[in-house]
Design a protein. Structure first.
Length: 342
Protein backbone atom coordinates (compact mmCIF):
# COMPACT_ATOMS: atom_id res chain seq x y z
CA UNK A 1 0.00 0.00 0.00
CA UNK A 2 2.82 2.40 0.83
CA UNK A 3 4.51 1.70 -2.51
CA UNK A 4 1.26 2.36 -4.39
CA UNK A 5 0.82 5.66 -2.51
CA UNK A 6 4.34 6.68 -3.48
CA UNK A 7 3.59 5.78 -7.10
CA UNK A 8 0.41 7.91 -7.06
CA UNK A 9 2.32 10.90 -5.65
CA UNK A 10 5.02 10.55 -8.31
CA UNK A 11 2.41 10.40 -11.08
CA UNK A 12 0.65 13.50 -9.72
CA UNK A 13 3.88 15.48 -9.55
CA UNK A 14 4.66 14.37 -13.10
CA UNK A 15 1.21 15.46 -14.27
CA UNK A 16 1.67 18.91 -12.68
CA UNK A 17 4.98 19.32 -14.51
CA UNK A 18 3.47 18.13 -17.80
CA UNK A 19 0.52 20.52 -17.50
CA UNK A 20 2.92 23.35 -16.77
CA UNK A 21 4.96 22.52 -19.86
CA UNK A 22 1.80 22.31 -22.01
CA UNK A 23 0.53 25.65 -20.71
CA UNK A 24 3.84 27.31 -21.49
CA UNK A 25 3.81 25.86 -25.02
CA UNK A 26 0.19 26.84 -25.69
CA UNK A 27 0.71 30.36 -24.36
CA UNK A 28 3.78 30.72 -26.56
CA UNK A 29 1.60 30.09 -29.69
CA UNK A 30 -1.13 32.46 -28.41
CA UNK A 31 -3.61 29.67 -27.64
CA UNK A 32 -6.29 30.47 -25.09
CA UNK A 33 -5.84 33.38 -22.70
CA UNK A 34 -2.85 34.85 -20.91
CA UNK A 35 -0.33 32.58 -19.13
CA UNK A 36 -1.89 32.96 -15.66
CA UNK A 37 -5.40 32.08 -16.87
CA UNK A 38 -4.17 29.12 -18.90
CA UNK A 39 -2.15 27.90 -15.91
CA UNK A 40 -5.08 28.11 -13.48
CA UNK A 41 -7.48 26.35 -15.84
CA UNK A 42 -4.90 23.77 -16.90
CA UNK A 43 -3.89 22.81 -13.35
CA UNK A 44 -7.53 22.74 -12.29
CA UNK A 45 -8.35 20.29 -15.07
CA UNK A 46 -5.32 18.15 -14.26
CA UNK A 47 -6.02 18.06 -10.52
CA UNK A 48 -9.72 17.21 -10.79
CA UNK A 49 -9.02 14.53 -13.39
CA UNK A 50 -6.35 13.02 -11.18
CA UNK A 51 -8.42 13.22 -7.98
CA UNK A 52 -11.48 11.66 -9.62
CA UNK A 53 -9.43 8.78 -11.04
CA UNK A 54 -7.67 8.03 -7.74
CA UNK A 55 -10.94 8.09 -5.83
CA UNK A 56 -12.66 5.70 -8.25
CA UNK A 57 -9.70 3.32 -8.38
CA UNK A 58 -9.57 3.23 -4.60
CA UNK A 59 -13.28 2.43 -4.33
CA UNK A 60 -13.03 -0.25 -7.04
CA UNK A 61 -9.63 -1.63 -5.96
CA UNK A 62 -11.04 -5.14 -5.47
CA UNK A 63 -12.63 -5.38 -8.93
CA UNK A 64 -10.96 -6.68 -12.10
CA UNK A 65 -8.53 -4.46 -14.07
CA UNK A 66 -10.91 -3.92 -17.02
CA UNK A 67 -13.62 -2.45 -14.78
CA UNK A 68 -11.01 -0.26 -13.10
CA UNK A 69 -9.73 1.01 -16.46
CA UNK A 70 -13.21 1.90 -17.76
CA UNK A 71 -14.07 3.57 -14.46
CA UNK A 72 -10.81 5.54 -14.47
CA UNK A 73 -11.42 6.85 -18.01
CA UNK A 74 -15.01 7.84 -17.13
CA UNK A 75 -13.91 9.50 -13.89
CA UNK A 76 -11.16 11.48 -15.64
CA UNK A 77 -13.56 12.64 -18.36
CA UNK A 78 -16.02 13.80 -15.69
CA UNK A 79 -13.22 15.37 -13.67
CA UNK A 80 -11.97 17.22 -16.75
CA UNK A 81 -15.37 18.84 -17.35
CA UNK A 82 -15.57 19.83 -13.67
CA UNK A 83 -12.02 21.16 -13.83
CA UNK A 84 -12.87 23.42 -16.75
CA UNK A 85 -15.68 25.10 -14.82
CA UNK A 86 -13.73 25.29 -11.54
CA UNK A 87 -10.66 26.69 -13.29
CA UNK A 88 -12.67 29.26 -15.22
CA UNK A 89 -14.32 30.52 -12.05
CA UNK A 90 -10.97 30.51 -10.19
CA UNK A 91 -9.45 32.62 -12.95
CA UNK A 92 -12.25 35.17 -12.53
CA UNK A 93 -13.84 34.58 -15.93
CA UNK A 94 -17.50 34.51 -16.95
CA UNK A 95 -18.17 30.84 -17.75
CA UNK A 96 -20.75 31.55 -20.51
CA UNK A 97 -18.66 34.22 -22.25
CA UNK A 98 -15.47 32.20 -21.90
CA UNK A 99 -16.82 29.00 -23.50
CA UNK A 100 -19.18 30.48 -26.10
CA UNK A 101 -16.41 30.72 -28.76
CA UNK A 102 -14.68 27.50 -27.49
CA UNK A 103 -17.39 24.85 -27.66
CA UNK A 104 -14.97 22.32 -29.16
CA UNK A 105 -12.79 22.60 -26.02
CA UNK A 106 -15.11 20.26 -24.10
CA UNK A 107 -14.79 17.52 -26.71
CA UNK A 108 -11.00 17.90 -26.90
CA UNK A 109 -10.59 17.76 -23.13
CA UNK A 110 -12.91 14.74 -22.76
CA UNK A 111 -11.04 12.77 -25.45
CA UNK A 112 -7.70 13.71 -23.91
CA UNK A 113 -8.88 12.72 -20.45
CA UNK A 114 -10.07 9.31 -21.67
CA UNK A 115 -6.66 8.63 -23.22
CA UNK A 116 -4.94 9.88 -20.07
CA UNK A 117 -7.18 7.67 -17.91
CA UNK A 118 -6.16 4.62 -19.90
CA UNK A 119 -2.47 5.50 -19.58
CA UNK A 120 -2.84 6.31 -15.87
CA UNK A 121 -4.37 2.93 -15.08
CA UNK A 122 -1.82 1.16 -17.30
CA UNK A 123 1.09 2.86 -15.50
CA UNK A 124 -0.30 1.98 -12.06
CA UNK A 125 -0.86 -1.64 -13.10
CA UNK A 126 2.63 -1.92 -14.59
CA UNK A 127 4.27 -0.46 -11.50
CA UNK A 128 2.31 -2.83 -9.26
CA UNK A 129 3.35 -5.81 -11.37
CA UNK A 130 6.99 -4.72 -11.28
CA UNK A 131 6.79 -4.16 -7.53
CA UNK A 132 5.15 -7.57 -6.97
CA UNK A 133 7.72 -9.27 -9.20
CA UNK A 134 10.64 -7.71 -7.32
CA UNK A 135 9.08 -8.63 -3.99
CA UNK A 136 8.57 -12.18 -5.23
CA UNK A 137 12.20 -12.46 -6.32
CA UNK A 138 13.36 -11.18 -2.95
CA UNK A 139 11.10 -13.63 -1.12
CA UNK A 140 12.43 -16.50 -3.24
CA UNK A 141 16.00 -15.49 -2.40
CA UNK A 142 15.19 -15.35 1.30
CA UNK A 143 13.32 -18.68 1.10
CA UNK A 144 16.20 -20.38 -0.72
CA UNK A 145 18.79 -18.99 1.69
CA UNK A 146 16.63 -20.02 4.64
CA UNK A 147 16.43 -23.58 3.31
CA UNK A 148 20.20 -23.63 2.78
CA UNK A 149 20.68 -22.32 6.31
CA UNK A 150 18.43 -25.08 7.68
CA UNK A 151 20.49 -27.68 5.81
CA UNK A 152 23.66 -26.18 7.26
CA UNK A 153 22.22 -26.21 10.78
CA UNK A 154 21.28 -29.89 10.38
CA UNK A 155 24.82 -30.70 9.32
CA UNK A 156 26.15 -28.79 12.28
CA UNK A 157 24.33 -31.05 14.72
CA UNK A 158 25.88 -34.09 13.01
CA UNK A 159 29.38 -32.65 13.14
CA UNK A 160 29.59 -31.21 16.64
CA UNK A 161 32.21 -33.72 17.74
CA UNK A 162 34.44 -33.22 14.71
CA UNK A 163 34.49 -29.45 14.19
CA UNK A 164 35.43 -26.53 16.40
CA UNK A 165 32.09 -25.20 17.78
CA UNK A 166 33.28 -21.59 17.92
CA UNK A 167 33.98 -21.60 14.19
CA UNK A 168 30.51 -22.89 13.36
CA UNK A 169 28.63 -20.55 15.69
CA UNK A 170 30.64 -17.52 14.61
CA UNK A 171 30.13 -18.38 10.95
CA UNK A 172 26.37 -18.82 11.34
CA UNK A 173 26.19 -15.53 13.22
CA UNK A 174 28.07 -13.84 10.40
CA UNK A 175 25.75 -15.40 7.83
CA UNK A 176 22.64 -14.13 9.64
CA UNK A 177 24.12 -10.63 9.75
CA UNK A 178 25.18 -10.69 6.10
CA UNK A 179 21.73 -11.88 4.96
CA UNK A 180 20.40 -8.56 6.26
CA UNK A 181 23.28 -6.28 5.23
CA UNK A 182 25.13 -7.91 2.32
CA UNK A 183 23.04 -10.57 0.60
CA UNK A 184 25.67 -11.57 -1.97
CA UNK A 185 28.44 -12.14 0.60
CA UNK A 186 25.95 -13.91 2.86
CA UNK A 187 25.09 -16.28 0.01
CA UNK A 188 28.79 -16.87 -0.76
CA UNK A 189 29.51 -17.64 2.88
CA UNK A 190 26.58 -20.06 3.01
CA UNK A 191 27.84 -21.82 -0.12
CA UNK A 192 31.36 -22.13 1.30
CA UNK A 193 30.11 -23.36 4.67
CA UNK A 194 27.84 -25.90 2.97
CA UNK A 195 30.76 -27.12 0.84
CA UNK A 196 32.97 -27.32 3.93
CA UNK A 197 30.40 -29.30 5.89
CA UNK A 198 29.62 -31.59 2.95
CA UNK A 199 33.27 -32.56 2.57
CA UNK A 200 33.74 -32.93 6.32
CA UNK A 201 30.61 -35.07 6.73
CA UNK A 202 31.66 -37.45 3.97
CA UNK A 203 35.15 -37.74 5.47
CA UNK A 204 33.98 -38.55 8.99
CA UNK A 205 32.56 -41.80 7.60
CA UNK A 206 35.90 -42.82 6.10
CA UNK A 207 39.27 -43.66 7.53
CA UNK A 208 41.09 -41.97 4.67
CA UNK A 209 40.42 -39.22 2.18
CA UNK A 210 42.59 -37.63 -0.50
CA UNK A 211 44.84 -34.61 -0.45
CA UNK A 212 42.58 -33.00 -3.05
CA UNK A 213 39.49 -33.35 -0.84
CA UNK A 214 41.39 -31.95 2.14
CA UNK A 215 42.52 -28.97 0.06
CA UNK A 216 38.97 -28.36 -1.23
CA UNK A 217 37.79 -28.24 2.38
CA UNK A 218 40.63 -25.85 3.33
CA UNK A 219 39.70 -23.64 0.35
CA UNK A 220 36.08 -23.39 1.56
CA UNK A 221 37.25 -22.81 5.14
CA UNK A 222 39.59 -19.96 4.13
CA UNK A 223 36.94 -18.44 1.84
CA UNK A 224 34.67 -18.10 4.88
CA UNK A 225 37.37 -16.39 6.90
CA UNK A 226 38.21 -14.15 3.95
CA UNK A 227 34.66 -12.78 4.04
CA UNK A 228 34.81 -12.43 7.83
CA UNK A 229 38.24 -10.79 8.00
CA UNK A 230 38.24 -8.96 4.67
CA UNK A 231 41.56 -7.31 3.84
CA UNK A 232 43.05 -8.59 7.09
CA UNK A 233 43.47 -12.04 5.56
CA UNK A 234 45.32 -13.19 2.46
CA UNK A 235 45.86 -16.81 1.59
CA UNK A 236 47.58 -18.84 -1.09
CA UNK A 237 47.10 -22.55 -1.80
CA UNK A 238 49.64 -24.29 -4.02
CA UNK A 239 49.11 -28.01 -4.54
CA UNK A 240 50.26 -29.74 -7.73
CA UNK A 241 47.46 -31.48 -9.58
CA UNK A 242 49.34 -34.80 -9.70
CA UNK A 243 49.38 -34.96 -5.88
CA UNK A 244 45.67 -34.42 -5.28
CA UNK A 245 44.80 -38.12 -5.62
CA UNK A 246 47.17 -39.20 -2.83
CA UNK A 247 45.44 -40.77 0.22
CA UNK A 248 45.52 -38.84 3.49
CA UNK A 249 43.88 -39.20 6.93
CA UNK A 250 40.88 -36.85 7.26
CA UNK A 251 41.05 -33.60 9.24
CA UNK A 252 44.85 -33.57 9.34
CA UNK A 253 45.51 -30.17 7.71
CA UNK A 254 42.43 -28.25 8.87
CA UNK A 255 43.49 -27.99 12.56
CA UNK A 256 46.79 -26.40 11.47
CA UNK A 257 44.98 -23.77 9.37
CA UNK A 258 42.41 -23.19 12.11
CA UNK A 259 45.05 -22.56 14.74
CA UNK A 260 47.07 -20.33 12.42
CA UNK A 261 44.02 -18.08 12.08
CA UNK A 262 42.74 -18.26 15.64
CA UNK A 263 46.04 -17.87 17.46
CA UNK A 264 48.20 -16.21 14.84
CA UNK A 265 46.21 -13.87 12.58
CA UNK A 266 42.89 -12.94 14.21
CA UNK A 267 44.57 -11.36 17.30
CA UNK A 268 46.86 -9.35 15.02
CA UNK A 269 45.44 -5.89 14.27
CA UNK A 270 46.59 -5.80 10.66
CA UNK A 271 45.94 -9.51 10.09
CA UNK A 272 48.30 -11.40 7.83
CA UNK A 273 48.68 -14.23 5.35
CA UNK A 274 48.52 -18.02 5.22
CA UNK A 275 50.29 -20.22 2.70
CA UNK A 276 49.23 -23.84 2.24
CA UNK A 277 51.38 -25.97 -0.04
CA UNK A 278 52.26 -29.57 -0.80
CA UNK A 279 55.22 -31.16 -2.54
CA UNK A 280 56.76 -34.55 -3.23
CA UNK A 281 60.04 -35.13 -1.38
CA UNK A 282 61.52 -38.35 -2.73
CA UNK A 283 58.44 -40.46 -2.16
CA UNK A 284 57.20 -38.56 0.90
CA UNK A 285 54.33 -36.11 0.86
CA UNK A 286 55.26 -32.82 2.57
CA UNK A 287 52.34 -30.53 3.52
CA UNK A 288 53.21 -27.09 4.78
CA UNK A 289 51.04 -24.53 6.56
CA UNK A 290 52.78 -21.21 7.04
CA UNK A 291 51.45 -17.97 8.54
CA UNK A 292 52.64 -14.45 9.30
CA UNK A 293 50.85 -14.30 12.65
CA UNK A 294 51.74 -12.57 15.88
CA UNK A 295 54.20 -14.99 17.39
CA UNK A 296 55.50 -18.50 17.72
CA UNK A 297 52.09 -19.74 18.91
CA UNK A 298 53.22 -23.28 19.70
CA UNK A 299 53.39 -22.04 23.30
CA UNK A 300 49.64 -21.37 23.33
CA UNK A 301 47.94 -24.08 25.41
CA UNK A 302 45.11 -24.72 22.90
CA UNK A 303 47.58 -24.91 20.06
CA UNK A 304 49.71 -27.32 22.09
CA UNK A 305 46.73 -29.64 22.54
CA UNK A 306 46.01 -29.58 18.82
CA UNK A 307 49.65 -30.24 18.02
CA UNK A 308 49.73 -33.18 20.44
CA UNK A 309 46.61 -34.71 18.89
CA UNK A 310 48.05 -34.45 15.38
CA UNK A 311 51.33 -35.97 16.51
CA UNK A 312 49.50 -38.91 18.16
CA UNK A 313 47.48 -39.57 15.03
CA UNK A 314 50.58 -39.55 12.86
CA UNK A 315 52.35 -41.87 15.28
CA UNK A 316 49.46 -44.32 15.31
CA UNK A 317 49.07 -44.34 11.53
CA UNK A 318 52.63 -44.11 10.28
CA UNK A 319 54.85 -44.73 13.33
CA UNK A 320 58.37 -43.48 12.55
CA UNK A 321 57.64 -42.87 8.86
CA UNK A 322 55.76 -39.61 9.59
CA UNK A 323 57.09 -36.33 10.92
CA UNK A 324 55.64 -33.11 12.35
CA UNK A 325 58.04 -30.20 12.08
CA UNK A 326 57.53 -26.60 13.14
CA UNK A 327 59.75 -23.55 13.02
CA UNK A 328 59.43 -19.88 13.87
CA UNK A 329 59.22 -17.49 10.94
CA UNK A 330 60.96 -14.17 10.55
CA UNK A 331 59.78 -11.60 11.54
CA UNK A 332 56.76 -13.47 12.97
CA UNK A 333 54.55 -16.46 12.50
CA UNK A 334 54.90 -20.21 12.38
CA UNK A 335 55.52 -22.84 9.72
CA UNK A 336 54.22 -26.33 10.39
CA UNK A 337 55.19 -29.19 8.06
CA UNK A 338 53.63 -32.64 8.00
CA UNK A 339 55.54 -35.38 6.23
CA UNK A 340 53.91 -38.74 5.49
CA UNK A 341 54.64 -41.57 3.06
CA UNK A 342 53.23 -40.78 -0.37
Amino acid sequence: MAKQSQAVIKIYVTSVLLVTAMVMALTAVDYGEDFATNMIIGQSIGTTMFGAAVAVLFLLRHTNPFVQMVAAMTAMATGAVMGIFIGTLAAGKNVHLFFEPRKELFVEVVILSIITGFLFRYILTSQKRISDALAGIQQEKIKRLTIEKQVVETNLRLLQAQIEPHFLFNTLSNILTLLETDLDNGKHMLEDLTAYLRITLSKTRKETTTLGQEIDMIQAYLNIFKIRMGDRLDFTIQVPEDLRHLPLPPMLIQPLVENAIEHGLEPKIEGGAIWVSARDENGRLAIEVKDSGLCFHKNNHDWGVGLTNIRKRLQALYEAEAALIFKENTPSGLTVTIKVPA
